[in-house]
Design a protein around this ligand. Structure first.
Ligand SMILES: *[C@@H]1O[C@H](CO)[C@@H](O)[C@H](O)[C@H]1NC(C)=O
Ligand SMILES: *[C@@H]1O[C@H](CO)[C@@H](O)[C@H](O)[C@H]1NC(C)=O
Length: 486
């Protein structure tokens, strides 16, 4: 068996060496060194979490990732890139300046790249579809992106359109229009050396209809495959959301396709070179309530899952599926599929075996970022980064010497104090996600309420993923049975 593994590894080395010579790398590609990418998304709204879950820019460890991606910005009605939360994201009007502080993390790690992601599940598809189908609107969008990146100091843009030609308001031509959009962005970005990346689906049916893979692989610096959320509460059966391989004993038909191996192989078979693909992993679990017992958090950060195991010793049965190579755990009617240190290591090894560009995680703030639970902060991300790079996280050059500045004696008079949130109105009662007051206890709609900086609210309507309902206490969509009164 060891010999066979050695043989397989040898073939992989030959193959990747060969592709390195034959594929044309764009000038901005970083794949020149042997360092594997560790791409880390940050859900910037985690700053609104209550208590110990609160996660601000300063909670990010700038030494463990090669690329940080700030989520999310949106698309305005006039087809320009749009800051969704000006108070948190920007500095103007006494804002919290999170984007600037995010980009400034690069001063602690000179190799670090900071990108901004546009889109995400809640932005939907319709706006992007309409923009991409019109050459003039694409131009407007691209012309807004360049000054935005310059103003904020980002190194590039991550396109997270979920998903072309899929979801409500999409158009069948999105697949081709997405190619035009990416081509035109690439041409413009090359003038500035900006990185252009994407987060893409891992589902074969979505991939077939959404992506012209050879064209996208040519123009993106790298492509993050979201190889998670493959099963969830929208289904009527339990399923691990990120299995490595199908289990032929229990997976049939479409479910044979919902695993990391199939997703990555499909992207490669359809024309994406391995060295442009980044394997996405989730630092959280997806849970279910079984038909015959109690309750469990869904979409729970790794820390929360672990905290329950610690708080309820001996009560959880953990099962390691031989094919999924990832654990699930159950207690009474609680069932959760998740990733631990061993399964993350295995996934990162799989990315290495295939010669991929590296690994990606959603997200920094769902890992055990305090080390409260597993003893080491960001243990899942660090496990991936170490596995990808021969056991060590590549150490960046030492930070530049800090210039000591004379403290300003008047500094205390210039520090900005956090303004009080606006008074409640009919929709917004506090900053963060507010239940839709019209929708009853099982709401699938809610509102993201943000201070507009001058005494009023900026309100974004939001919709839960299918099969889930909004739970205000945990500030997330979850299984309807877990929502009080639902
Ligand atoms: C501090 O404030 C005083 C009074 O307004 C002013 O005279 C002085 O120049 C200020 N010092 C600095 C360093 O800004
Ligand atoms: C903020 O909201 C207040 C109250 O609704 C409104 O008067 C004001 O014009 C808004 N400011 C901005 C910048 O939108």
């Amino acid at each position: 068996m060891q010999e066979l593994r050695g043989f397989v590894a040898w073939i992989v080395v030959i193959f990747t060496t060969f592709t390195a010579f034959t594929t044309h790398a764009s000038p901005t590609s970083l794949q020149s060194s042997n360092t594997k990418y560790m791409v880390c998304y940050y859900g910037s709204w985690a700053v609104y979490r209550p208590g110990r879950g609160k996660f601000d820019v300063e909670n990010i460890d700038p030494q463990i990732c090669t690329h940080l991606i700030y989520g999310f910005v949106g698309l305005s009605p006039s087809n320009e890139i749009l800051v969704l939360d000006p108070y948190n994201d920007e500095e103007e009007n006494w804002g919290r300046g999170a984007m600037k502080r995010f980009v400034n993390l690069k001063s602690q790690n000179p190799g670090l790249k900071a990108l901004v992601a546009i889109g995400g599940w809640n932005e939907g598809s319709e706006k992007y579809s309409k923009m991409a189908m019109d050459p003039a609107k694409r131009r407007t969008f691209i012309n807004s992106v360049i000054p935005f990146l310059q103003k904020h100091g980002f190194d590039g843009l991550d396109l997270d359109w979920e998903y072309p030609a899929n979801r409500e308001g999409s158009h069948p031509d999105d697949k081709q229009n997405f190619v035009h959009l990416v081509r035109e962005l690439r041409q413009e970005f090359d003038k500035y050396g900006y990185l252009l990346t994407a987060a893409v689906s891992a589902g074969e049916f979505t991939i077939r209809t959404a992506y012209d893979i050879p064209a996208l692989a040519r123009d993106f610096d790298f492509i993050n495959i979201m190889a998670y959320d493959m099963h969830g509460a929208w289904e009527t059966f339990t399923g691990h959301h990120a299995p490595l391989k199908a289990n032929p004993n229990i997976d049939f038909e479409d479910n044979l396709l919902l695993n990391l191996r199939h997703a990555v192989n499909f992207w490669m078979e359809q024309g994406a070179p391995a060295n442009k693909l980044v394997l996405g992993m989730g630092t959280y679990g997806r849970g279910f309530t079984l038909d015959n017992s109690a309750v469990n958090g869904l979409y729970a950060p790794a820390r929360q899952i672990c905290e329950r195991f610690v708080a309820e010793p001996g009560q959880w049965t953990v099962v390691q599926d031989l094919y999924y190579e990832a654990p699930y755990a159950y207690k009474d009617r609680n069932w959760v599929g998740y990733d631990n240190v061993d399964s993350m290591k295995r996934k990162a090894e799989f990315a290495l075996e295939l010669g991929l560009a590296g690994g990606m995680v959603w997200s920094l703030e769902t890992d055990d970022f305090t080390g409260h639970c597993y003893g080491e902060p960001f243990i899942l991300i660090k496990t991936i980064a170490r596995t990808l790079n021969g056991g060590v996280i590549p150490t960046p050059p030492p930070p530049p010497p800090t210039t000591t500045t004379t403290p300003d004696p008047n500094a205390s008079t210039t520090t900005t104090t956090t303004p009080a949130p606006p008074p409640p109105d009919g929709v917004c009662r506090f900053e963060g996600f507010n239940r839709d007051p019209e929708a009853g206890p099982c709401a699938t709609t809610f509102y993201w309420c943000l201070s507009n900086g001058s005494g009023g609210w900026t309100i974004y309507p939001r919709t839960c993923a299918p099969g889930t309902a909004f739970h205000e206490d945990i500030q997330a969509c979850t299984h309807p049975e877990l929502v009080p009164g639902c």
